[in-house]
Design a protein around this ligand. Structure first.
Ligand code: ATP
Ligand code: MG
Ligand code: FE
Length: 333
């Protein structure tokens, strides 16, 4: 079954075609980052309007890459939430209309299930069961996954997501949006041991996280420094080490608690090289998506949707987008 996937939950328009027999055939992404950078963050209304402009041209280009025509599409998957409501509705309405016009089924995909399944697109995909660390701009959670579609939350952030803390720390030191990757780059120039940041909540039982305190710690450290470029790099490194250590400790705990031997890492912060290197030292098999599929993309939506469509998922030709959507409400396949 050849499934067209459309991702529009935030500031990236992603389109892909996944074939349940032949794997990923093509994928394209248009990032709105340059447009939002001017405002220091995502402007929801501008995001929706840009998705309107981008989706159909991207669909045509992706079809051309896969040497396919519209008529070859046998199902459509779109991100139905969580995300920005206007952006979600844009993707949902285009996807639903395409499916209606083509006479094929369509399915709304949970954005975080998409992230979680992204490592399945790699050459050596993880077997189930596993524990997943979802670390993105809006979520930080540890999830036990006995089978696809059944998600037990082992822990999550009680305040900021890890990516959000990266972005906010970067912003307060004057870096552009989104600051996460820029902060990580800057940390490469940092000198170890110049600053010592706390590892929030590691001395408490359980797998919950808290990252807003680290952001405040960054702010006061930055304000009390001489604010040179070297200070900035030193703080970036100390901050990054604190986030990575904290995630590492909680992943180890989650694997023990759930009795699993496999860890899947997904979401934008999963692109962080220090995190990848540190998690690789766990006494477990660790799986990451390729860098391009850590952040938002159409491939993960096409894949997650293809699994659901293949399992016979069918929805009436009405769509609902959910800006908030607990992962645990999904039904097992
Ligand atoms: P969600 O998926 O929770 O709705 P989102 O879609 O905005 O949020 P993603 O696109 O998965 O999040 O990831 C974007 C986040 O990842 C941003 O916060 C960004 O700063 C962060 N990020 C990307 N690359 C890196 C990196 N190398 N190091 C640290 N953070 C990074
Ligand atoms: Mg994004
Ligand atoms: Fe995302």
């Amino acid at each position: 079954m050849r499934v067209l996937g459309i991702e529009t939950s935030c500031d990236e328009t992603g389109v892909a075609i996944y074939d349940t027999d032949h794997g990923l055939l093509a994928h394209r992404l248009f990032s709105q980052i340059a447009m939002h950078a001017e405002y220091g963050g995502v402007v929801p209304e501008l995001a929706s309007r840009d998705h309107v402009r981008r989706v159909l041209p991207l669909v045509r280009e992706t079809l051309a890459d896969a040497q396919m025509n519209m008529g070859d599409i046998q199902g459509v998957a779109y991100t139905a939430g969580p995300g920005l409501i206007g952006a979600l509705l844009t993707g949902a309405s285009i996807a639903r209309s395409l499916a209606w016009g083509l006479g094929v089924p369509a399915v709304g995909v949970h954005h975080m299930e998409g992230h979680l399944l992204a490592p399945m697109l790699e050459e050596n995909p993880p077997e189930l069961p596993f524990v997943a660390l979802l670390v993105s701009g809006g979520h930080t959670m540890l999830v036990d996954v006995p089978r696809i579609g059944e998600y037990h939350i082992l822990g999550e952030s009680v305040d900021d997501a890890a990516g959000e803390a990266f972005d906010k720390t970067a912003k307060l030191m004057g870096l552009d949006y989104p600051g996460g990757p820029l902060l990580a780059k800057l940390a490469e120039q940092g000198r170890p041991g110049q600053y010592k940041f706390p590892r929030p909540m590691v001395d408490r039982p359980g797998c919950d996280f808290s990252f807003s305190g680290l952001k405040t710690f960054s702010l006061t450290t930055w304000q009390n420094s001489t604010q040179t470029l070297q200070d900035k790099a030193d703080i970036a490194l100390a901050f990054e080490e604190a986030v990575v250590d904290t995630l590492f400790i909680k992943c180890r705990r989650a694997l023990e608690q759930a009795g699993r031997k496999r860890l899947v890492v997904a979401g934008g912060v999963g692109a962080n090289q220090r995190l990848r290197a540190k998690l690789a030292t766990l006494n477990a098999q660790v799986y990451f998506p390729r860098l391009a599929f850590c952040t938002d993309n159409g491939a993960m939506i096409a894949y997650a949707g293809a699994l659901r469509l293949q399992a016979g998922a069918s929805e009436p030709a009405v769509f609902q987008a959910r800006p908030r959507w607990p992962l645990t409400e999904l039904r097992g396949l």
